[in-house]
Design a protein around this ligand. Sequence first.
Ligand code: G6P
Length: 612
Amino acid sequence: MCGIVAAVAQRNVQGILLEGLKRLEYRGYDSSGMTVLHKGSLTRHRALGKVAALEEQLISSALPGFYGIAHTRWATHGKPSEANAHPHHSSDQVAVVHNGIIENYEHIKDTLQASGYVFTSETDTEVIAHLLADKLNSGLGLFEATQQIVNGLGGAYALGVMSVSEPGIVVGARQGSPLVVGVGIDEAFLASDPLALLQVTDRFIYLEEGDLVELGEQGAIRIVNRQGEAVERPIHTFEHGDGIASKGEYRHYMLKEIFEQPEVINAALEGRLSNNSVLVESFGPEAQALFESTRNVHIIACGTSYHAGLVARYWLERYAGVPVQVEVASEFRYRHPVVPEGTLFVTLSQSGETADTLAALRFAQTLSYIGTLAICNVPGSSLVRESDMSLMTRAGPEIGVASTKAFTTQLVALMLLTLSVSKSKGQPERADTAAEIVKALRQLPGLCQQVLALDSQIETLSQAFAEKHHALFLGRGAHYPIALEGALKLKEISYIHAEAYPAGELKHGPLALVDSEMPVISVAPNDDLLEKLKSNLQEVRARGGQLFVFADESVGIEAQEEIRVITLPHVHEALAPLLYTLPLQQLSYHVAVLKGTDVDQPRNLAKSVTVE
Ligand code: G6P
């Protein structure tokens, strides 16, 4: 998704803005640009493709100046091109960067064109530049002009604007898309994500919906809310540190993040378990009472986070006896859901800024849920701030677009939720199983290490996929969502068409696809569905399908011609979905490397989808 960086500093800002853009690359984008204000005029460079292309322009022709705005664009209105890249200018008086969508831009554009404004791009953003120029020409200051025009903009957006009429000022606005203020020493910054600014500050103000901010000289920061009242927002210190935003010894962020899983699973558990049970207070002081009265759970999420929700359905029903519904946010928000009495609303999100998930939460707040819980990886994100309760997954920044460690830590958090609901409801008959699961959770990081050590075997296996166009993933029970996640990973980063089916459903259609060209990947932990799964695998073999099975060491599935088996250590049945996720991530990674795709920033995808 689009990324914004802006600075009002006491030094040349080109380097700060460029570094910020590089740090936002992970969000996904197709072009970039920068405008700097110097000696009363705006100078701009824009480039199609990677930020490196913009950097080349800056090397041959630098943009000196202390005030600037910059942007990575992910095309929504208008194709990826230099002309559509931000910043957009109006008569070299005003420069604008924008994240989000202006839904009523066509009407505004018609009006502006009728008044003589000439458009040079196909974007919705350009209307903002001309609207601002119009207001400034009528004598308003930049802050007041921005305040007036945002009232007439429909949709969701974050903005950064500057004007030659007030050189030392950058104005930002937040309405539905994330925007943070970086608090420097006598300097101030704006960005879509704190990661973009960690090279200059670790102190941030998270703007609220409807906020307008002015960054001025000497680090001055002025914020007004939607009602136009001056407000103070708290300054938060960013906790993660800066080193984690680098690849370290790894070739790709995704590989680094896969290998971080033992460590971040440990972090997700830290301080949240007692000897043999979960500490319900991890969810906050009000959690015990809320979980006690929880009679249903609705889980809403998008993408990989949605798959974590699907696993949680099996867990909450089996280990806490609570009925669960799981749905993708973009569907839920436009339905007319019936909310049974005593229903807890849970959102799952790595970023906490996914537009559909956030909209679903706001919609849920108008319904009769007993409370809202966000399971999220980014402290201070919109989802966390707007939910009644939250639990952080503590995976640290995830840079690879394809989610890996965020998913497994979400699963840890969801198991903690399952055990907490059961404990709060007082279910003595489940206490022994809960104690076993707690013990198994502690062993999980070590087991993950053992699976990661299979990497070279999995790399060898991946060679069988490099020339394939399709793949089928099978799983049963809580491993069906793991098969879905395995298929999603393969699609996202290797561009191989992959589908996942519950193995028992094979004969109701997908079996027709199976022949010697169709690799079929299955996860076979030692659980009560194993024998049924084995029969399903026979169905594949009988049709000449190539089988790739990740199996528990004790299940006795032997490698043969057309069956490749990778053996995984034994894990408690409840936690097998967590462990079996890892080899599927590793497989997708190695297939993508063999295919030579852009592993960390796959085509057309964005890390954080902040528009609908
Ligand atoms: C995008 C990302 C996915 C992610 C999904 C939900 O599509 O590419 O990796 O799973 O958004 O994101 P969230 O931050 O809400 O978990």
